[in-house]
Design a protein around this ligand. Structure first.
Ligand code: M6P
Ligand code: ZN
Length: 178
């Protein structure tokens, strides 16, 4: 049987896919382009592991995965995921945090945003039509599990073009919304 290590957010076995996002992969995501350019592009910002028991695009299936967002900043902005709407807009998702502290940034299609605090045990229901991005506001890795429909897909283009309407910035080490 496939199994997971609950605390580290990693899989022991199973048909697992894995992606690693480094600073060089995240052009245009952080506000301070000069600071981004000055940093080592090899720096890992986050990694995702997930299991696809059905093919991507299959209706009514589910995917299960974890994300580890490393601690760090680009200029004043905390390390975070790219963030996305689902390509099939009405699809929802669950996140639950196992370690670290962060902010889940949520934004609807009218660009109204809200935030939820991520802390061990926090459970987040992301409704359809809502872009989502996880921001690590602490100094340890932010680890969370996620479950999403296998036909949700990722729309990164809308975020690449317009971004989120709010950013999470560090002021004296503390997170503030900018
Ligand atoms: C969660 C899920 C994944 C997503 C990952 C990283 O694990 O929402 O679908 O890929 O976070 O987020 P992003 O793809 O926005 O970088
Ligand atoms: Zn999603």
């Amino acid at each position: 049987m496939p199994s997971v290590d609950w605390a580290t957010g990693r899989f022991h076995e199973g048909q697992v896919k894995r992606t690693v996002k480094r600073l060089r992969d995240l052009e245009g995501i952080f506000e301070d382009t000069a600071a981004w350019r000055a940093m080592d592009g090899d720096t890992v910002v986050y990694s995702v592991e997930w299991e696809e028991r059905v093919q991507e695009g299959t209706e009514a299936g589910l995917f299960w995965g974890s994300t580890v967002v490393e601690p760090g900043q680009v200029g004043e902005e905390f390390f975070m995921t790219r963030g996305h709407f689902h390509a099939k807009r009405n699809r929802g998702e669950y996140y639950t945090t196992v370690q670290g502290s962060g902010i889940l940034l949520l934004m609807d299609e009218a660009r109204c945003s809200r935030v939820e605090e991520m802390a061990p045990g926090s459970l987040h229901y992301i409704p359809g039509f809502t872009a989502h991005r996880a921001v690590n506001t602490g100094n340890t890795p932010l680890i969370f599990w996620a479950c999403w429909p296998s036909d949700a897909g990722h729309d990164y283009e809308t975020i690449a073009e317009h971004g989120f309407s709010q950013r999470v910035l560090a002021r004296n080490g503390l997170p503030v919304l900018g």
